[in-house]
Design a protein around this ligand. Sequence first.
Ligand SMILES: *[C@@H]1O[C@H](CO)[C@@H](O)[C@H](O)[C@H]1NC(C)=O
Ligand SMILES: *[C@@H]1O[C@H](CO)[C@@H](O)[C@H](O)[C@H]1NC(C)=O
Ligand SMILES: *[C@@H]1O[C@H](CO)[C@@H](O)[C@H](O)[C@H]1NC(C)=O
Ligand SMILES: *[C@@H]1O[C@H](CO)[C@@H](O)[C@H](O)[C@H]1NC(C)=O
Ligand SMILES: *[C@@H]1O[C@H](CO)[C@@H](O)[C@H](O)[C@H]1NC(C)=O
Ligand SMILES: *[C@@H]1O[C@H](CO)[C@@H](O)[C@H](O)[C@H]1NC(C)=O
Ligand SMILES: *[C@@H]1O[C@H](CO)[C@@H](O)[C@H](O)[C@H]1NC(C)=O
Ligand SMILES: *[C@@H]1O[C@H](CO)[C@@H](O)[C@H](O)[C@H]1NC(C)=O
Ligand SMILES: *[C@@H]1O[C@H](CO)[C@@H](O)[C@H](O)[C@H]1NC(C)=O
Ligand SMILES: *[C@@H]1O[C@H](CO)[C@@H](O)[C@H](O)[C@H]1NC(C)=O
Ligand SMILES: *[C@@H]1O[C@H](CO)[C@@H](O)[C@H](O)[C@H]1NC(C)=O
Length: 785
Amino acid sequence: MLVSGLSAAFGALALPIAAAKSLWSDSPGNYSSIITTAFPLGNGRLGAMPIGSYDKEIVNLNVDSLWRGGPFESPTYSGGNPNISKAGALPGIREWIFQNGTGNVSALLGEFPYYGSYQVLANLTIDMGGLSNVNGYRRNLDLESAVYSDHFSTGDNYIEREAFCSYPDNVCVYRLGSNFSLPAITFGLENQLTSPTPNVSCHGNSISLCGQTYPSIGMIYNARVTVVVPGAQNPSDLCSSSTVKIPEGEKEVFLVFAAETNYDASNGNTEASFSFKGENPYMSVLKTATDAAKKSYSALKSSHVKDFKEVFGKFTLTLPDPNGSADQPTTELLSSYTQPGDPYVENLLLDFGRYLFISSSRPGSLPPNLQGLWTESYSPAWSGDYHANINLQMNHWAVDQTGLGDLTEPLWTYMAETWMPRGAETAELLYGTSEGWVTHDEMNTFGHTAMKNVAQWADYPATNAWMSHHVWDHYDYSQDVSWYRQTGYPILKGAAQFWLSQLVQDEYFKDGTLVVNPCNSPEHGPTTFGCTHYQQLIWEVFDHVLRGWEASGDDDTSFKDAISAKFSTLDPGIHIGWWGQIQEWKLDIDVKNDTHRHLSNLYGWYPGYAISSVHGFNKTITDAVETTLYSRGTGVEDSNTGWGKVWRSACWGLLNNTDEAYSELSLAIQNNFADNGLDMYGGTPPFQIDANFGLVGAMISMLVRDLDRASADAGKVQSVLLGPAIPAAWGGGSVEGLRLRGGGVVSFHWDDDGVVDSCRVDTSERGSGSQLEFFVSGGKAIDCS
Ligand SMILES: *[C@@H]1O[C@H](CO)[C@@H](O)[C@H](O)[C@H]1NC(C)=O
Ligand SMILES: *[C@@H]1O[C@H](CO)[C@@H](O)[C@H](O)[C@H]1NC(C)=O
Ligand SMILES: *[C@@H]1O[C@H](CO)[C@@H](O)[C@H](O)[C@H]1NC(C)=O
Ligand SMILES: *[C@@H]1O[C@H](CO)[C@@H](O)[C@H](O)[C@H]1NC(C)=O
Ligand SMILES: *[C@@H]1O[C@H](CO)[C@@H](O)[C@H](O)[C@H]1NC(C)=O
Ligand SMILES: *[C@@H]1O[C@H](CO)[C@@H](O)[C@H](O)[C@H]1NC(C)=O
Ligand SMILES: *[C@@H]1O[C@H](CO)[C@@H](O)[C@H](O)[C@H]1NC(C)=O
Ligand SMILES: *[C@@H]1O[C@H](CO)[C@@H](O)[C@H](O)[C@H]1NC(C)=O
Ligand SMILES: *[C@@H]1O[C@H](CO)[C@@H](O)[C@H](O)[C@H]1NC(C)=O
Ligand SMILES: *[C@@H]1O[C@H](CO)[C@@H](O)[C@H](O)[C@H]1NC(C)=O
Ligand SMILES: *[C@@H]1O[C@H](CO)[C@@H](O)[C@H](O)[C@H]1NC(C)=O
């Protein structure tokens, strides 16, 4: 049994062996609650959510760059930056804080006019009139091929519809087929929500929607639907006012949908006067749609499926199905899911998390925002923006480990093009430094990098350091030196330069260390100095600069010397407080049983590594992490967020605490995941995609502990723990294609108790670094060669 399971697991390493995973249901979604019921499709830039209605189908459409605000609303938009320097206030702020322990940054706050918002593009409407005697309905989203379909019979007809969003062809495609005769169909594009209302017109077999987010200077957006009747001599004009009408009697009809805006982030800099403007997208959309419509449906589908499967298949988790869940509609499984859990659902949601990432992050797109790229709303919660004091980070937690590292290009481009140019100004105007860049937690797509005046959470300047951790991780897993030199290192260096300029001697404790002043822990507590979270982050930034020095190709030795000098006296942010907790601030002021949703003081435990590295991995430290986690509660207490729970789960996983890790994971699924598998912020809409991605990170932290710096010095052995916290419910499962730090890929299988019993490592892509050594829960070494 075990042997055959193993040979099945390892016989076909390159191919997924698990049965295709799908979301499915026997009833359509709900017009009034698209975001909790529709199954999402995307190709990185375009998003589509078919609701599945039999006769009056609606597909909610998105294009990821469609934002109002910024320079598309005000020609003098400054990213929130003030028109004169405010940095003169800093010495006073610092002095006050060092005298009193806490203080404020009122003098640095700014306005944020024209911040703008992400918004819905349109509805595609597919009207087949009234259908009678509909039965046998089912809809299905295959996560492995990213093809959606539904089918039903009505009268003599069996009707099947299929949709996908293709990265290779840059379009979404929707097909209707019948074994007999399709009814008359009317296709339309509409946006009932946007003001000003876009123009919709029909020419030949195409509908074009042209809009502008604001009179005269607004962002221009264009969407086009081109309808094709295969095999038929398409009549030259299928238009009826602004819709396309196909008369009754066809067996097959399909359409392609293309859309773009005139947003261009490569013009988000001084040379381009921060215009962010590109060309009117009309001609480009016309060409994309026309080119795709010339291809056959099967050609469009096969290139899409090939492309998607190749990426999706790089990693496979196979968990058992003890509850016999595979036969039940996933919408029902999700709505009735309760603790202790169901491995089938957990496996499905891990697959769905990877599916969503592939569908919302492709070279050329923007990175996934708070909602990935899917919204049905004109004003999504928090503008559908980029929060980067946990959320944008969590979106990228497990991407490199699960084989999706090649899809991270949008993140680096977004940071380099929209944050760094304006953020260099912000560094100068608010912090008085001409080196490096900074930004503050909440970002739009137009370079908003300054502080806001709304609340403490918008004053958070450590985003640059935290995102630099992702830069390092991408390099560490990929070992792509040329990427590091050209793309990664400049981001990291700019963050390091900024923090070099901001560190000051601790004048409160006068302990000879360097600290940040002012700082605040994300969305929590006072403005003070030496915040744990910042100190850990900066410690890691400096550590990465030094460890990656050779790879960076940098010859700026004065920079390196400055980093080395300050690294040695930097407070690394690990203080154990009066009740045994990892302090959140250098002042020992943590309140016991404060159940705040963020775990900012545990950044260096997960996803970072400062807590487990600075003093080594010792019991004093791990006890303090445990005390802190217990004190923080389950994540239900403060806002009941999905991301708060999966973060807790990931931290417990690395503590080998299987029960707590699995409990938090299953609690998140039970409380926060809607019937269509999307994560809802506090259990009900708004949708917030971070926990969909964070769930993958949490599950991976239960499967492997592969810490950064585990082998900091070349020649040392990199110790990888397989299966720190695999629940017995997952017994007999396996994983294939898990990527390792320093390069390489490991696959392994575990027994009924969750203890890894066999493994295989492929080190052919490994960099020249250290030796690898594997061990399993309980501490026994295992040979994976
Ligand atoms: C559809 O969603 C609305 C809004 O959430 C809800 O009131 C209604 O009951 C739902 N309809 C069905 C059939 O579930
Ligand atoms: C600078 O900005 C302030 C605050 O927004 C404004 O009141 C002032 O008029 C601006 N000054 C100039 C010269 O634009
Ligand atoms: C904020 O801090 C400044 C010193 O930077 C101080 O003068 C001011 O009184 C403080 N304001 C409040 C409301 O505490
Ligand atoms: C000094 O700090 C304490 C908290 O440590 C705060 O309650 C108090 O308001 C501060 N005093 C002033 C004058 O800001
Ligand atoms: C189409 O398929 C349906 C369902 O299988 C069947 O009932 C119907 O007879 C078929 N129609 C034709 C014309 O073959
Ligand atoms: C799409 O259609 C639904 C159902 O009619 C409607 O509630 C929604 O406002 C429409 N969305 C847009 C963008 O027009
Ligand atoms: C919509 O049509 C009106 C009237 O032709 C025109 O003035 C306007 O510019 C058009 N809007 C867009 C966004 O193309
Ligand atoms: C799955 O089966 C286990 C063991 O029988 C049970 O405890 C659990 O409640 C089931 N989970 C669901 C979601 O039905
Ligand atoms: C363990 O960590 C604690 C807390 O930082 C530190 O004080 C201690 O020296 C470490 N113990 C060992 C044995 O390294
Ligand atoms: C309070 O925190 C402590 C850890 O300091 C923990 O052991 C205890 O369970 C917590 N109590 C509650 C009610 O959460
Ligand atoms: C987890 O288990 C491994 C293997 O027994 C051990 O090396 C490690 O120290 C444990 N971690 C913690 C936090 O106890």
